[in-house]
Design a protein around this ligand. Structure first.
Ligand code: 5GP
Length: 143
């Protein structure tokens, strides 16, 4: 059995606007924004608006909505960064590699011969994150 959802996790605070983020897009059920410690150019996160700790407790309707956004943002990010591939990653519980306990999908454009940087690397500058969010947004608007 999974632990209870903690409404004070960092992504819940981002959703409530209590801490800033570089938003790409949102709809009634999902929210997409840039990862602050990107493992590569254009690394973003897609989360449900409805509280869910991870894939083990998420409501299936909410999960379906999040996956639609993952696909949309993934396609746009590949175009925006001229990527050849896309990695989507999702972790559950500490033992599964999860650090932030609000369900999230990593959406990472991939490039020939370039490995992902290790997780928890340096924080990206707000200027670069804003520029990268704008690039993905522009690609979304064209799609
Ligand atoms: P995970 O739980 O999937 O292992 O990792 C959480 C992810 O959230 C990491 O990739 C980390 O860089 C990202 N992250 C942690 N804190 C923040 C934050 O305050 N803002 C944003 N945008 N991303 C964060």
């Amino acid at each position: 059995m999974t632990a209870a959802y903690d409404p004070n996790n960092i992504f819940a605070k981002i959703l409530r606007g209590e801490i800033p983020s570089h938003k790409i897009c949102e709809d009634d059920e999902s929210f997409a924004f840039m990862d602050i410690m990107p493992r590569g150019p254009g690394h973003s996160l897609v989360i449900p608006k409805k509280p869910a700790r991870n894939i083990l407790d998420v409501d299936p309707t909410s999960l379906a909505a999040v996956m639609r956004t993952v696909q949309k943002v993934g396609r746009a990010a590949m175009k925006a960064f001229d990527a050849q591939g896309l990695t989507v990653q999702q972790f559950n519980e500490v033992e599964g590699g999860q650090v932030v306990f609000h369900l999230h999908f990593h959406v990472m454009p991939r490039f020939a011969g370039i490995a992902l940087k290790p997780p928890a690397g340096p924080m990206e500058s707000p200027e670069v994150l804003a520029e990268n969010a704008a690039r993905i947004k522009a690609a979304l608007e064209k799609s």
